[in-house]
Design a protein around this ligand. Sequence first.
Ligand code: AMP
Ligand code: ZN
Length: 114
Amino acid sequence: MENCLFCKIIHGEIPAKKVFEDEKIIAFDDINPQAPIHILIIPKEHFASLNEIPEEKKDVLSHVLLKARQIAREKGVAKSGYRIVLNTARDSGQEVFHIHFHLLGGRKMLWPPG
Ligand code: AMP
Ligand code: ZN
């Protein structure tokens, strides 16, 4: 996808601090972390948001979640706790229109979110 920031990260055209990669997804540090651990996990296939993921691609969603759990374990926050955020469309505050899951941990989270 041309002019997509996260597609450019996937293709190595923009640098990122990668923490995990396989054939379907990559995970990298958020450039503006909101917690001691703030990692973005994204499918390599471009979808603008959850709204655009077709039924037949649903496996990538569970794959992302299970890898998020693994990364949380590896980063030492599985027991203390972590939050996974999936902003979708305007009211959520989504700014990058390539679906991405935020994995946040290492501090106490607030509820409700802003
Ligand atoms: P969202 O508001 O859910 O669309 O989140 C977009 C996230 O992407 C924000 O947390 C940004 O800090 C993050 N971000 C933007 N540009 C980059 C980049 N080049 N590398 C890593 N994270 C980025
Ligand atoms: Zn993209």
